[in-house]
Design a protein around this ligand. Sequence first.
Ligand SMILES: [Zn+2]
Ligand SMILES: [Zn+2]
Length: 178
Amino acid sequence: MFTLIKSLFTKPSSIKSEPDYFDQYLIEGVMSSKFIKDNSRNFVLEALRSKNYLTDGDVLSAKEKKDLKINPRLKITKEQESVLTLEALNKGSKRVLQALVTEASHRNSRRKSFEKLISLNMKPMLLACNDNRDCEWCLSQDKKVLDSSLDIDEYIQLNCTCELYCRCGIISARSSNK
Ligand SMILES: [Zn+2]
Ligand SMILES: [Zn+2]
């Protein structure tokens, strides 16, 4: 009986936990975002870790939005206004906050796909979305076969100028041949 209970709580040794960079990338994104006021970065980080986009509570009145020169049709909570820059409020506060989480999750899965392919001796290839939200650089990288020694995340962070984050993915170069 004891053995049975023990086995229920012990992970089989064959299951190795994969590396996860989500929190590291969320921290990087929040700490460097031009959309978050400097003194609010830690607060926003904690909120985003629990997928809280600060959408509850009092909202800005029409007059308050007019005074701040914000599009009056946007719904903005006082909490969002207290932590986000004017540019973020005008882009859509929830949209900007959600994008930080999506970006971290996307960077995480892209890097894991890249590392997985390398570990399988397969060639990783970058795949752009090929729509009008891709920046020039991303479009120029579409279907590019990448060197296995590349730091895929750094490569994208240094070059991509997409509006909110890079949506490019990684696939195996061979699987793209049609
Ligand atoms: Zn881009
Ligand atoms: Zn991209």
